[in-house]
Design a protein around this ligand. Sequence first.
Ligand SMILES: NC(=O)CC[C@H](N)C(=O)O
Length: 298
Amino acid sequence: MLIEASKFTIDGVVADYIPALGEANRDTLSIAIYRGKEDCIGAGCLEEKFTLQSISKVITLALALMDHGEEYVFSKVGMEPTGDPFNSIAKLESHIPSKPLNPMINAGALAVSNMIVGNSNEEKLGRILSLVHEMTGNPTISFCPRVAQSELETAFLNRSLCYFMKQHGVVEGDVETLLDLYTKQCAIEVNCHDLAKLGYVIANDGINPVTNQQVIPLHITRILKTFMVTCGMYNSSGEFAIRVGIPAKSGVSGAIMGSIPHGMGIGIYGPALDDRGNSVAGMKLLESLSSRFNLSIF
Ligand SMILES: NC(=O)CC[C@H](N)C(=O)O
């Protein structure tokens, strides 16, 4: 199945609007599937590291909801899919009140990062990483300073989103400081096993299966999975829900995290992207897996 899906990498291109991501090998495709405890299988280059990019939006949303509760978080960011590209600024202006439509697009994720509690970016990033460590059981996970810096130097669109939202009171504080945190959270580096474990905890009602610790409250994991279904694959989310039917979140590094409720966590890395920013071969692989093993939740 992996070999079949790998053929589709030639249809995609590696994201290079963040220069450091442009160095990725377009032909790679790897997958890990985690079903709790020691049950982790995979294929491809499972040790290869990549950055979470937009998948980090799910983690920071969990933390912001734990920090502030639903009422506050959803006073700043909505719950509706946009149908627009992930970095679009259009609906911020045309939609009243002027708040991002959901936390899975860049504008919404920047607003969410702005809510993370901490006295400094170091402390805030430390809290995000602690949650990642508790979810995966891997305390060595950190961020890649080179990828973060590369994005920070070129994040003109994200800067614009921040300034627009600052004007409208959706974000507060220094924009450069917010971008520094956001680019670092996006640059958190994992391998497919780690990613599958992150997906598993969300699938498993927030419980780490090894420690039995409730890492994320159950009601928050429901919110995360729902956003993954409605907005997780950017403006391909509707088609993906029909063709694959697995709550999933992708990132422009070419990563996809899947969470099959009470079943499995999936971590995929395949940097060749389609024109919407999703891993071409990764989506094909998920489609084949879903139809062969009847994994759709619908
Ligand atoms: N879709 C993505 O993965 C986008 C994340 C990326 N860091 C950005 O803000 O552009």
